[in-house]
Design a protein around this ligand. Structure first.
Ligand SMILES: C[S@@+](CC[C@H](N)C(=O)[O-])C[C@H]1O[C@@H](n2cnc3c(N)ncnc32)[C@H](O)[C@@H]1O
Length: 286
């Protein structure tokens, strides 16, 4: 007679307070991301997935591995798992209206032959960068004067997210916020309709470049003459002193008179930074 074998589901590993503190202190020191005690459940949940993926049985063994020489790659996976990468096309869209209606006409008038250099310093999986590229292309296709030449750099700490950004391929449901009239111009459907993915056109891809950069680094290895820097929705994860340090370091890379964008829940209030406010969350280097 056939015997029924009961389904054995292993209960997920629990993380001790001590283990959480080892991880959170490391992440805060090296990546700036604040992890107060109330985030323990979130960290535990996200790292339980890493335990399953690596077939490591306990958090104690995982910590030993991740901090060892052999655990270098897993360290990157751990940071990816813990950091919040939420982003969208046309997120906080007033910034892109400001770009189209104010910044670009001004730049075209004042610097007709120059290249506009834009940097997104927390680019995640690329949605912000490709939004900027589409806005630039739309601006250029709607004006009679000569086009604004431009380049866009995207940096982030997450290797996984940067890989997505470089591939420039997104599920169709991710582009719902891209106005239909511009989707057809800059996004190509897959030849295989069952795939339901889209990819940015080569002309858009040729304008963008992605690199890994940790905002905690002492020196940012990028040029020093950006016209516009986007640093949106990352500083909220840092403490106030670090926010001030990062903004100052980014401003070193911004031209005098250049523009700086923060996320809608971020501000420079109470920070000593060389910026003056132009619009909510839009600043200009003094
Ligand atoms: C919430 S996303 C914001 C993405 C985009 N700027 C937006 O507003 O839609 C925050 C990004 O900051 C990145 N990040 C976190 N800490 C960082 C650090 N120390 N250096 C560079 N990037 C970091 C994360 O990997 C993540 O992709």
């Amino acid at each position: 007679m056939e015997q029924t074998i009961p389904n054995i589901v292993e209960s997920p590993q629990r993380m001790t307070v001590d283990e959480f503190r080892q991880i959170s202190e490391f992440i805060t020191t090296h990546y700036g991301i604040k992890l107060p005690d109330f985030k323990k459940t979130m960290v535990e949940g996200r790292l339980q997935k890493r335990l399953r993926k690596t077939s490591i049985k306990t958090f104690s063994e995982y910590i030993d591995f991740v901090f060892s020489k052999q655990g270098k790659d897993e360290m990157l996976e751990m940071i990816d798992a813990i950091s919040t990468n939420k982003t969208d096309f046309f997120r906080e869209s007033t910034h892109f209206d400001f770009l189209t209606n104010t910044l670009l006409p001004q730049f075209a008038k004042e610097n007709p032959r120059e290249k506009l250099k834009i940097w997104s310093a927390a680019a995640s999986s690329g949605e912000e960068i490709y939004t900027i590229a589409m806005v630039m292309e739309e601006y250029n296709s709607n004006i009679n004067e000569s086009n604004v030449n431009y380049s866009i750099l995207g940096t982030d700490i997450s290797i996984e997210k940067l890989k997505t950004a470089i591939a420039a391929i997104y599920p169709e449901d991710r582009i719902k916020d891209v106005p239909i009239i511009i989707r057809d111009k800059y996004l190509m459907k897959s030849k295989d309709p069952s795939k339901k993915v889209v990819r940015f056109t080569p002309s858009i891809r040729s304008r963008v470049e992605f690199r890994r950069l940790n905002l905690m680094e002492n020196k940012y290895p990028v040029d020093g003459d950006y016209d516009i820097i986007f640093c949106r929705n990352v500083l909220i994860y840092f403490d106030k002193n670090l926010q001030e340090r990062v903004i100052n370091k980014l401003c070193e890379k911004l031209k005098p008179g250049g523009y700086f964008f923060l996320g809608h829940s971020e501000s420079i209030i109470g920070k000593e930074v060389p910026l003056r406010q132009i619009e909510p969350t839009v600043y200009q280097k003094i």
